[in-house]
Design a protein around this ligand. Sequence first.
Ligand code: HEC
Length: 453
Amino acid sequence: MRSSLRTKVLRRLKATSALSATLLASVIHAQSAAPTFYADALPLFEKNCAACHKPDGPRVGGITAPMSLLDYNQARAWAPMIRNALVTGYMPPWGAHERHRGEFKDERYIDDAEKATLIAWIDGGVLEGNPNATKQRVAAGGGTEMPESGWWIGDPDLVVQFEKPVRVADNIEDWQPTIQMPVPEGAHTEPKWIAKAELNPGGPWVHHIVSSHMGVGVPGRGPFTYPEGWGVLMPEDPFITVNMHYHKDPGEGTAVTDMTKAGFVFYEDGAVIDHVVETNLLPHKGWTIPAGDPNFEVNNTFAIDEDIYLLSMGPHMHYRGKAMRYEVEYPDGERETLLWVPDYDFNWQFLYEYKEPKFLPAGSVMHLSWWFDNSSDNRFNPDPTMDVVYGPETTDEMANARIYYAPTTKRGIVVGEDLPRDVLDAAKKAEKQRRENSKLLVLEENDLSWLSN
Ligand code: HEC
């Protein structure tokens, strides 16, 4: 009925104008036809979801989502969950407020109209429609095949991994150990400039990874690549760590062993490094979040004493984290919000990377604010009856604001020639600090019972 009416109207209109015919077709379609998977939902799943929800095969970043939304049967089976994920804003996952649209790489926003169409498809009875309506295109998000090397960055110059496989025991649902990845003897005997780095998770039980040298690994994110001419010096004997987030269904027989790896590609001799990238966690400590407090605010400032380009920002709190803001106050007193994450989700550790590095002049001050919900209304709260301080356990809290940046002054360092003393010293100092700080972070350092073969 519906389609015959449409055909009739269209035929009559053909005589008048092709353009208005198309227009009317879409109006009729929008008003009367229940959306179908192939005509309406699939293109939106492709656009907004397929970077992570695609059929079996290698995924960018190696971390997987539970189902393919390019498949009608799977999408139908998950429809109630999809509806819920869209209504709550849980999917697509992204923390930066709408105001930042267009600013960061790989941003994930779904338009309201698209959301409405998907919900209408679900409420309209998850109709299949005609498979020829949309030719399934190569899925978004690096639709190319995984290169033979198994690494998106190409053949790595250096690969590091855990000393032993890590056992994620039966009873574990969520677990966040910080683990060292030792450099094999003789594999990195002189300082090198990191051009690209990639995390290669051991399996789908790896939900995300926050690393010392390789950026952040979350589903749908590719490798960590510095802009041409930007790099990080990795001295010999680096201290490489990853903070893993393991997530799986708990229960008998669910244990897995993980062997996550990381690969690096270094700049070749003769390349020129103009911008030496530095990173800082900007941690703020010394506060106590009272038990039950639904909205505890912590503030800190960071003075910028030379002209810099800001590359990226990565807020970090634990389960009581609620919201986070980076603001800059320019020398003339004007303020600008650099990043506003209104609904922080510990399960999604994003690094917000500028499409174009952001210039911040000397004399600016960064204002950092974190908000925590230590009440029982926070469903992730491990214990609302506890006062909470800064600490490494996930039951403790953190107020960190990671930044990656580089001074604007061009260094013109030719790779392979003598390294400027200050650059080498700074890189060594950073490694030393990592080593010292990680004493705090490495869980059960002397207890290897959680490692097994
Ligand atoms: C950046 C990668 C990514 C994108 C993009 C993405 N998802 Fe997901 N999604 C995941 C991962 C990973 C999981 C499983 C872990 C979790 O639930 O946090 C998931 C879980 C889900 C779930 C199950 C939720 C639950 O409560 O168990 C639904 C439903 C879902 N996604 C729908 C969507 C839809 C619809 C879109 C597009 C509008 C989308 N996702 C976009 C990665 C993604």
